[in-house]
Each structure stands twice: as structure tokens, then as C-alpha cells.
Design a protein around this ligand. Structure first.
Ligand code: GLA
Length: 536
């Protein structure tokens, strides 16, 4: 056991080192940034009075003291023309006191200053004709970064806003501003969106080498489900579907960004609003409110101020919840916390009330006695291992589970990067073909963007006793090659794929399931063939 633990710790350490070498280490966003952004409610209709009122409301409502710090001024703040020296300036009618004065106002209130810009010639509003001019940073990166630093900017939202450019062009172009910001010497959170008016490249790579946070999806709207996979506009369920599989990318300084919140903006029930916030919290998502903070109803205030969920979101390990199971209706996510507790989200994606459940062992805890604290009601209950709740349609119950022993394998291990970690979970796995050993595997195409696609394989335990370890074999047709795989370890080569469980999801409860996902180059129109599931 000691050797197994050592191997796990070693693998984790290697990954951490590798991650650090590649990551943007600018010292900020050690936990997901929290704050407010003007776009969701006000679009282009912004001015300094509005932003100051919002700053006053963040302080007055107590949100600042719970962590909501960044006040982000989105599109349409600038003069449509640069000055004769090429400098950006605030629009004189909207921000007559200038942007430096606004930054000073925010700082005096104990808040931080965020601003919006693009790497191309036109901001999104300029591209769509909603605002005059062409004042993007293209060719002005160093000058604009210095200007932002001089104004006291603490957070830059940098939005692609162009149909042009490959993902490699985007990496290079976003890196230019990353380096320009670093050269100013000011600590500035760097928030990017590669998806706007562009193929959805946000979920196609780990952008942690380029930015502190990166949008995973198209723009959010205040609806539960728009039917979109990753197209405009995205509902809460649609965004969760894209962002959950990217869990392994989250770490201090680097977060998946499922977009600014719609809490308090109508269009959804209170249950759905609570779910939205709970899911953002466990996904280690930036918590950037998008509602009018001057007029919040009691339900909105209670949601945004839920301290149990804020603590889960701001946990110093900065892990994003891993998917434990998903049968299409009942989805279970688990986020390991710094003190050894695990936050478990029991999410009902269906249309009727249902019981959503998992077990302490499935979420990586060992032992026979646990305490469950409900993040919404604060109710505390005891359990010998069962974790379940009756959950209304589109609802999410979150328990903070404590007790037992700490997880034996660290979920921070990125499965694809640590093939040597596999034996810790499946020391005697000798799969036999045919899927006769108590599990089945089913495939789902989760997204297709032409040159690549995202697939999901669900391993189902067909018996009533827990499954201890699993392996899925399959063949990828015609030139498909896996580019990234999560919640499993691929020990196959090329198109011949053998995916074994990751160290943390080998135990599948009786009749339960585990899911791994992958992205691949090539067309997703043909599904994998010869799929079998075996368990030792
Ligand atoms: C894009 C972004 C939005 C917002 C607008 C501003 O659509 O995704 O979040 O910044 O641009 O025009």
C-alpha cells in the first residue's frame, strides 16, 4: 500500500511540475475570480455613474466581503477613436472622468477594476455594428497593456471576436497580450474568450499556459436549455455538458470559464437559479455576477451569498469537480477540498423529482462514518456511506461530506499524462474480450466541430455488487486520433484504444456508471467499433 501511495504521490508531483512549467504563473487567480460584469444586463448601455452605482451595491449588499471583488466594464467603454499618439481613452460622454478615475473609485472601495478589449481590430459590438470605430488592440498590444496598467486595471477580458484564425493563431495572438501584460509589472488577471464569432476552440485545449481563465462556450443566456451543443445562445444545462469534461484543466491560476452568471436575471425558476450557482461553484468556475445588483430580490441575494458554496468554489486546492456518474438524468459531480472533505453535487437533469445518489467510496472516501452538510439548508446528517437526496427537476443538492479517510489516489492526477499511475487502481486487471464481466460500454458523440469531435463512453455496472476496476477496448475508424482523454487512462496505441479507469473512478456502484470522455482529430460521423467492457 505504501508503494502504491508513493507511486500516486510521485505521479501527482510530476504532473504538478509539468503543469507549472507550462502554466501562466502570474501570481493571480489562485482561486476562481469573483465579481460582477456589465454585459449580461446592460450590454452597450454603460457609463461611469452606472458602474459606480454597481460598485456601491457590491459593497452595500455585503457581496464584496464575501469575495466578489472584480468590477468588470465590458464592451462599449472606449472612445471610438484612439488619440493622436494611438492611445485608448474612455468614451468622453460615457466616462467623462476618465478610466483612471474609475479605477481609483473602485480601489478606494476595496474593489478591483476589470476592463474589456479584443486582440483584433474591432470589439464584438464594433463588429456587429452596435458601436462605432475599430479600436481593438491589434498592433497596439504593448501600448494598450501599459495604458491599462496606468489606469490601475486588475483584470482584462480579451475577446477574440473574429471568424478568422486557426487555434494556433489564437494561441500566438492571445500570448502576445499575456506577455505585454506581464511586461507592465502589474498583476492583472487575464481572461480570454476564443469562441466569439469563431469555431468553438475554448474546449479544445488546456489554455492555462496562455490565460488565467478561458471561456469554454458561446455566450450564456438566462434559459435552462436552449438545445445548443456549443452555439449561440447557451443555456445552463448546455454549458455544464461542455464544461464538466474539462475538469482536469482547473488548477490555481487557471480555470475553465463557463461565462458570467445569469442568477437574478429571470427566465429560470429559483430551483434552476440555485442549480446554476451550485454547478458553477463545484466546477471551480469564476463567479462573475451578471445581474443588476441595485435591485436584487431575496432569492437572488440568498443564492449569490451562499457561503457554503462560495467556500467550495474558493477552496485553495482549486480543483474542478470530477464526474462520478451520469445516466442522462442523474448526474453526480465531486470536488475534493483542501481539508479532506469532498463536495458532492447531486444534479437532476430530468423533468421529474428523482433520487440522485452515490457512495462515499465512489467519491474517494474510505471508512464507515460520514457527516453530510447540505449547502442550501445547512442540515447535517450522518451516513455509513450512502449519499443521496430527493432532487426536484433541474435541481442540485450539494453536500459537503466529511469523515472517513482521505482519498487514496489524488484526483489531481491528469490521466492522460500519467499512464504509469494505472497500476495503482487496477493492479491485477487482465481484461478479456466480450464484455462478459459485469459491465457494458456505450458511446455518445458529445460534439463535432468538423476537424475534430468530442466523444463520451459510459461504463455501466450490470451487476448489483460494486465493480472494482474496468477497461474499455474500442477501435477508432478511419484516421481518428485521440488528442485528449479524461476520467480514464488510454493504454492503447493509435486507433486501437484500451481505456482503463482513472485512479479515482475504478469503483462503480452496483447498477451505477462511470463516464470517460475524449477529444479526437478527424470527423466524428463514424462511431468507434468493437467496443467491449471488462472488469477484473
Ligand atoms: C462577446 C462576449 C460577451 C461580451 C460581448 C461584448 O459576445 O462573449 O461576453 O463580452 O462579446 O460585445
Amino acid at each position: 500500500m505504501g508503494a502504491l501511495l508513493a507511486a500516486g504521490v510521485l505521479a501527482g508531483g510530476l504532473v504538478a511540475l509539468q503543469g507549472q512549467a507550462d502554466a501562466l504563473e502570474n501570481g493571480v487567480a489562485r482561486t476562481p475570480p469573483m465579481g460582477w460584469n456589465s454585459w449580461n444586463t446592460f450590454g452597450c448601455n454603460i457609463n461611469e455613474t452606472l458602474i459606480k452605482q454597481m460598485a456601491d451595491a457590491i459593497v452595500g449588499s455585503g457581496l464584496r466581503d464575501l469575495g466578489y471583488q472584480y468590477v468588470v466594464v465590458d464592451d462599449c467603454w472606449f472612445d471610438p477613436a484612439r488619440d493622436s499618439a494611438g492611445n485608448l481613452r474612455g468614451d468622453p460622454s460615457r466616462f467623462p472622468s476618465g478610466m483612471k478615475a474609475l479605477g481609483d473609485y473602485l480601489h478606494a472601495k476595496g474593489l478591483k477594476f476589470g476592463i474589456y478589449q479584443v486582440p483584433v481590430d474591432k470589439t464584438c459590438a464594433q463588429y456587429f455594428g452596435g458601436y462605432p470605430g475599430a479600436t481593438g488592440s491589434q498592433g497596439h498590444e504593448v501600448q494598450d497593456a501599459r495604458q491599462f496598467a496606468a489606469w490601475g486595471v486588475d483584470y482584462l477580458k480579451y475577446d477574440w471576436c473574429s471568424p478568422g484564425g486557426t487555434i494556433d493563431d489564437q494561441v500566438r495572438t492571445f500570448a502576445k497580450m499575456r506577455d505585454a501584460l506581464a511586461a507592465t509589472g502589474r498583476q492583472i488577471v487575464y481572461s480570454i474568450n476564443p469562441n466569439s464569432i469563431h469555431a468553438k476552440t475554448g474546449p479544445q485545449r488546456d489554455w492555462g499556459d496562455v490565460a488565467n481563465m478561458w471561456r469554454t462556450t458561446e455566450d450564456i443566456t438566462n434559459r435552462w436549455d436552449t438545445g445548443q451543443t456549443n452555439g449561440y445562445p447557451m443555456g445552463i444545462q448546455n454549458i455544464v455538458d461542455v464544461t464538466v469534461p474539462l475538469a482536469s484543466y482547473a488548477r490555481p491560476g487557471a480555470f475553465n470559464d463557463p461565462d458570467m452568471m445569469e442568477v437574478g436575471r429571470g427566465g429560470m425558476t429559483d430551483t434552476e437559479m440555485r442549480s446554476h450557482f451550485a454547478l458553477w461553484a463545484v466546477m471551480a468556475s469564476p463567479l462573475i455576477a451578471g445581474n443588476d445588483l441595485r435591485s436584487m430580490d431575496p432569492a437572488t441575494t440568498a443564492i449569490l451569498k451562499n457561503q457554503n458554496l462560495i467556500a467550495v468554489n474558493q477552496d485553495p486546492l482549486a480543483l474542478q469537480a470530477r464526474q462520478i456518474s451520469n445516466d442522462g438524468t442523474r448526474r453526480v459531480l465531486a470536488k475534493r477540498l483542501a481539508n479532506g472533505d469532498v463536495a458532492v453535487a447531486l444534479f437532476n437533469q430530468g423533468g421529474g423529482t428523482t433520487t440522485v445518489g452515490t457512495t462515499a467510496s465512489a467519491i474517494g472516501l474510505q471508512g464507515g462514518s460520514f457527516t453530510l452538510r447540505d449547502a442550501w439548508t445547512n442540515a447535517v446528517s450522518g451516513s455509513a456511506g450512502a449519499i443521496s437526496a430527493s432532487v426536484p427537476p433541474h435541481g442540485t443538492v450539494v453536500y459537503r461530506v466529511s469523515g472517513g479517510a482521505s482519498p487514496s489516489a489524488t484526483p489531481t492526477v491528469t490521466p492522460t499524462a500519467t499512464p504509469t499511475a494505472t497500476p495503482t487502481a487496477t493492479p491485477t486487471a487482465t481484461p478479456t474480450p466480450g464484455g462478459q464481466d459485469g459491465c457494458t460500454a456505450t458511446y455518445r458523440l458529445a460534439g463535432d466541430w468538423g476537424s475534430g469531435f468530442q466523444g463520451e463512453v459510459t461504463v455501466r455496472n450490470t451487476g448489483s455488487a460494486p465493480l472494482n476496476g474496468w477497461a474499455v477496448k474500442m477501435t477508432l475508424p478511419g484516421g481518428q486520433t485521440i488528442t485528449n482523454l479524461w476520467n480514464g487512462v488510454n493504454t492503447g496505441t493509435g486507433g486501437t484504444v484500451t481505456v482503463r479507469n482513472a485512479p479515482y473512478n475504478g469503483t462503480v456502484a452496483g447498477n451505477g456508471s462511470a463516464t470517460f470522455g475524449f477529444t479526437a482529430d478527424g470527423s466524428g460521423s463514424a462511431a468507434p467499433t468493437g467496443m467491449t467492457c471488462t472488469s477484473p
